[in-house]
Design a protein. Sequence first.
Lengths: 265, 266
Amino acid sequence: MTLYVASGCGGTGRELAPYADLGALGGFVTRTLTLDPRRGSRLRISESPGGLVRAHLLQNPGVDRFLTHEMPWLAQQGVPTWASVTGASLDDIAAVVRRVATAPGLTGIELNLAVDDPAALRLHDGSTPKGAAAAVRVVLDALPDNLGLHVKLGADVRRLPALARAVAEVGADALVVGGALPASLPNGTPAELSGPAILPTALRAVRAVRDELPEFPLIGVGGVTSAADARAFEAAGAFAVQVGTALLHDPSTLARITAELEEQS
Amino acid sequence: MTLQATADVRASERIGAFQHVTLAAPGVVETFRPGNFVSIALHDGSHLSRRSFWVHRVRSSSSSGATIDIVVRPTGVGSSWLAGLGVGASVDLIGPLGRPFAQPKQAVPCLLVGEGYAAASLFPLAERLVERGCPVSLLLAADTAAEVIDGLDVRRSAEAVTIVTADGSMGAQGTIAQALPGALQRSGASVVYAAAPAASLHAVAGISEQHGAWSQVALEVPQPCGTGLCHGCIVPAVGEDAIAHRVRACAEGPVFRGDRIQWGLL
């Protein structure tokens, strides 16, 4: 079972390195990058039982600063790095992919279409089959052949089957299914709920896509804290899982899951 | 080197408004530098955020081995749980974390300004500065006498200790902003180190600059993970490249030069 670090939960990689062998992972997925920097607000995270609620403002330094300040270390350490990307328009998405694809050491792109309110965040709307397919098409056009493409679709089970089919028809190496759910911070700021509390919803999402696309490679994400959780995603039809919020609580989670999986095999 | 370990509670004592918790932490003690903090996780399976704590005292050897003391104000779920732990209980501890205070190369007079429990982080610093021959003055502030942090050893080695409380129940009645100009003049300090709520740190940064002193401030903002992974403790700061960035209090801080923080945006 392959493990990934979920987008937005591994810092720049350096901060996670003391607790996990990043080179042994399926991949380290960066926080989502946009063409220009995006700045976050102050109150960004609060607790909910078994979960964290995070304002999703795509706060990131912009693709250029990522390439100069973060990517070189990841490449030097041999970390299989997946750049999570999105953009305000199809042109923006293509531009981000073209820039990031020049980075030595990059393994692939994770196109992030799992944003619940793209208009509010000034993003291309990839939540419809048409919008998703168009985004995947521009990424494929901009992507060198040696780089992989994962497409993150979210956890909305009513939309997922049609969305997954549309993306699969254009082409991708895997779909990332599950992940944070729309939520609100106590002060009303739009946010996302992640952590063990959402695991059952992510399993349902993976099953929904598996039913629609019985053969397509799926990566499950949402609430994984143990090898048993990873196995549950495998049983639902995923070949790999991403570990995210659990790392914020215990940065050694990946090492522990790896050891648990080895013990069981 | 940052370590994650299971740390046993060796002592826990209520002093005024704060619980002083002593934890066995051999690996942390060896690499700790003043300004570093530690991060502790709750074990209840429900609360996922880690909690960050200032280190009040570091002992490389005592009857309990290598220990650190942290100062806890029991107000929320995490701090109340930690303050209520008995001797022998254990916690998941990560530390030392964060960028420490930069210490002067020469033995210059230093003024250490602390408010409430945050002042804890200044006590290991005071010890180091005194060892290096720096004349150290302390300005301690709090709302009430019960919230003036305990720490007699360091107070004895200081040149001067000024205490102010908002209600006048200990020392003079007043705030950091009111007492700082006088303390700066009396100490002749060229470097000010501060640990306090953000509003007081803002005042420290401004007043220090007016008096021609450098300030370094230990900033406390909520830190969901404490380890740099979540980007949830964002601070607007101007970098060495003179460009404004959003940086993490836990990873690029918690200690910043006072003149680097964009206080109006914080």
